[in-house]
Design a protein around this ligand. Structure first.
Ligand code: SAH
Length: 213
């Protein structure tokens, strides 16, 4: 599990590419520059690790495209020590980017294989979010409320339980739409029953599914 000068150089290039695509938040760019994305991939895909592409991680799932990770991280407006809930641990890459931004990360995965893999791998490279196996539709009622919530799979609508677990003043970022295309959606909680929604472009995610497997 090496992180060589070559990998660091490729990461610098990736960051410059994200900058050109419109990512402005230096804290996001710095975090992406730190997380060794190649270590999240199986050996046959390592050479693609620093291209701006989604890639398979097994169990029919993908590690999100770096641009998508950057957009979601930027929209989340994470401040140090905030409690962030992530739905869809997958490879754990997005969780590491949030940890690099000094968030306290709680991450849920519904596929046991991916949950177990991330839970054993992330600590080996120095990242320690709180891992949960379960259905992200339900959130983590006993650990909330959260300052920020990020959903990394496409949902037909924002799950109600997650809005309930968002602090007043908090933000939720989620791709919302049908199975073909989703719109990046930000929901800000302004009061007990007051939510403001904004839209930030189209993306394609794997679906948010109910239950566990
Ligand atoms: N954040 C991930 C992206 C993974 S893709 C990364 O950085 O690699 C989306 C993930 O969401 C998949 O692993 C999928 O299994 C998971 N997922 C889908 N529906 C879910 C649900 N209801 N609860 C938790 N995880 C879910």
């Amino acid at each position: 599990m090496e992180d060589t000068f070559r990998h660091k150089g490729l990461r610098n290039k990736l960051v410059e590419c994200l900058r050109l695509k419109g990512i402005r938040d230096e804290k996001v760019l710095l975090a992406i520059n730190k997380v060794p994305r190649h270590l999240f991939l199986e050996s046959s895909l390592i050479n693609h690790a620093y291209q701006d592409k989604a890639l398979p991680i097994g169990a029919g799932q993908t590690i999100s495209q770096p641009y998508t990770v950057a957009v979601q991280s930027e929209l989340l407006k994470v401040k140090p020590f905030e409690k962030v809930l992530e739905i869809g641990t997958g490879s754990g890459y997005q969780a590491c980017v949030l940890l690099e931004m000094s968030a306290r990360v709680y991450t849920i995965e519904r596929q046991r294989e991916l949950y177990l893999k991330a839970m054993s791998f992330l600590p080996q490279i120095g990242y320690n979010p709180q891992f949960f196996y379960g259905d992200g539709y339900l959130g983590l009622p006993t650990y909330g409320p959260f300052d920020k919530i990020i959903i990394t799979a496409g949902a037909p609508e924002v799950p109600k339980a997650l809005l309930e677990q968002l602090k007043i003043g908090g933000r939720l970022v989620a791709p919302i739409g049908d199975s073909q295309v989703q719109v990046m959606t930000v929901v800000e909680r302004k009061g007990e029953d007051s939510f403001v929604t904004t839209h930030h472009g189209s993306f394609i995610f794997v679906p948010l599914l109910k239950g566990t497997e």
